[in-house]
Design a protein around this ligand. Structure first.
Ligand SMILES: N[C@@H](CCC(=O)N[C@@H](CS)C(=O)NCC(=O)O)C(=O)O
Ligand SMILES: N[C@@H](CCC(=O)N[C@@H](CS)C(=O)NCC(=O)O)C(=O)O
Ligand code: FES
Lengths: 119, 119
């Protein structure tokens, strides 16, 4: 079943989720960026899911306002929102800056951010 | 008619030719790079040509060994070959380095290159 609830559930249960297309270089760049940082995102290849692919893309557009790939969700407990949507390759590059992600993985980012409430 | 001769003729008659797809970011990057450098390439959007698009892609694969987009031809009189094929975005970024292209447009690149026969 492809609807908003199923996507929200997937995103809530996995720290990093990438909606991608196998032949798209921007999508590959995002996937390899995560791999380089030692993160194994949950990846959905929209072009390999049959009719569910375009359906999923429509629901993603409703949730994030974006119909393009890569469409990335990063669970960021550091912010109240819980789930941060990185809509573009550039945003992912920013969010997954090696230092930030390493700190986050080690649980050191959160204390830093709460100390610097100003963030 | 889409065959090797028609592509070779197009490429011979136009200094810069880009085979692209409208929704592909890599293709858009190549097109905007040329625009930034004041070059108006001849652009073929393979996804807007009906059945000729995939046919053209097959012939391009035969000529350049590459089935992907962007597929770029830059007429480079500075080399014996005449037509330089820049198969990737990175190659285009290298070839269209602002200085190189400006020199070329002003006719100053060729003398420089022939002086430096070593190139
Ligand atoms: N700026 C966006 C660009 C995303 C984008 O344009 N994606 C293209 C593929 S590279 C796409 O999904 N195109 C389909 C469409 O535009 O309908 C990013 O950095 O992710
Ligand atoms: N490294 C190449 C990548 C080209 C590429 O993979 N293009 C993709 C679209 S971004 C493509 O044509 N994919 C179709 C396919 O792989 O069949 C470049 O820089 O141009
Ligand atoms: S389809 Fe070319 S970069 Fe995405």
């Amino acid at each position: 079943k492809v609807d908003e609830d199923s996507i929200k559930k997937t995103v809530a249960e996995n720290p990093v989720v990438v909606y991608s297309k196998t032949w798209c270089s921007y999508s590959s760049e995002v996937k390899s960026l995560f791999n380089k940082l030692g993160v194994s995102p949950l990846v959905f290849e929209l072009d390999e899911m049959g009719p569910q692919g375009p359906q999923l893309q429509k629901v993603l557009e409703r949730i994030t306002g974006q119909h393009t790939v890569p469409n990335v969700f990063i669970d960021d407990k550091t912010t109240k929102e819980g789930i941060k949507v990185a809509n573009t390759l550039a945003a992912v590059q920013f969010l997954t800056d090696a230092d930030t992600l390493k700190l986050y993985r080690k649980g050191e980012l959160e204390p830093l951010l709460s100390e610097a409430k100003a963030k």
